[in-house]
Design a protein around this ligand. Structure first.
Ligand code: PXL
Length: 278
């Protein structure tokens, strides 16, 4: 069974924070993160960065949360509740990225709290979730604070200019991403359509780790990237090494993909709820 050690009732569980956007359709973003946190038995903390207006057909628009409210959420929970790991998802703008990075440093979390940076740029329908002008801030301000960055192949292209088509270009992308400052770079291969596998490549500047998982071809994979990053952050909170946390996250998201369900008229979400079945 895929499970982190469970905290006995009445005792404080590990606390994992998501700094991300809300999905009104409940499939991705903060809603996906909190489902994974809950099903893994950790306590989810939240800094909402943006509220998207979306359903299974796509994102109609979004409203950015004021910067002081975003940083206030991080400061409020960090100063009182304590955070063992965090992940970022949709950050929407350069100003939000800068504010999150500054707060992270000012709270002394940069060297103490593992941070998974999922560089969300667009929805699965291609609707923008990050202003294109913010890509530079993502790379220069947030990547250096990251324990691990987890781009998909579209995000890799936007961030590095490298079109990953095979294992050589995947390695080149891992080098280019690692050079931007994260401790580890995970190049997800899930969008490498030619492959019957979905190999992900993890790199720390020295060693490569490959993760092969059977591709689950479901039409419903909304929130898969968020769910993977949330599970990796949860395992890091529990003290896992990065390669172990990625292996754990891959197993988790694979089960969530198997349990994905239709919702509305478009793409349904991956489902962490399978965990309730035992
Ligand atoms: O799956 C990426 C993602 C993250 N966060 C929010 C989203 C999406 C995809 O649509 O809406 C809020």
């Amino acid at each position: 069974m895929i499970q982190l050690p469970l905290t006995p009732p009445g005792q404080t569980p590990l606390r994992v924070m998501t700094i991300a956007g809300s999905d009104s359709g409940g499939g991705a973003g903060i809603q996906a993160d909190l489902r994974t946190f809950a099903m893994l038995g950790v306590h989810g903390l939240v800094a909402v960065t943006a509220v998207t207006v979306q359903n299974s057909m796509g994102v109609k628009g979004f409203h950015e949360i004021p910067l002081d409210v975003i940083t206030g959420q991080i400061e409020a929970v960090a100063s009182d509740i304590g955070v063992q790991a965090a992940k970022t998802g949709m950050l929407a703008s350069s100003a939000i990225i800068g504010a999150v990075a500054d707060t992270w440093r000012r709270q002394g979390m940069a060297d103490t709290v593992p941070l998974v940076v999922d560089p969300v740029c667009a929805s699965m329908h291609g609707d923008p979730l990050l202003h294109p002008s913010a890509l530079d801030s993502l790379k220069s301000q947030l990547f250096p604070l990251a324990t691990v960055v987890t781009p998909n192949l579209d995000e890799v292209r936007l961030l590095t200019g490298i079109d990953v088509v095979d294992s050589d270009t995947q390695r080149a992308a891992a080098h280019a991403l690692h050079a931007l400052g994260p401790k580890w770079a995970l190049v997800k291969g899930g969008h490498l359509r030619a492959s019957s596998q979905s190999p992900d490549l993890l790199f720390d500047g020295t060693d490569f780790f490959e993760f092969d998982t059977a591709r689950i071809d479901t039409g419903h994979d909304h929130g898969a990237g968020d769910t993977l990053a949330a599970a990796i952050a949860s395992a890091l909170a529990n003290g896992s090494t990065v390669p172990d946390a990625v292996a754990f996250g891959k197993r988790w998201v694979t089960e969530c993909l198997r349990a994905a369900y239709p919702l509305g008229h478009g793409h349904g979400p991956v489902s962490a709820l399978f965990r309730l079945n035992g």
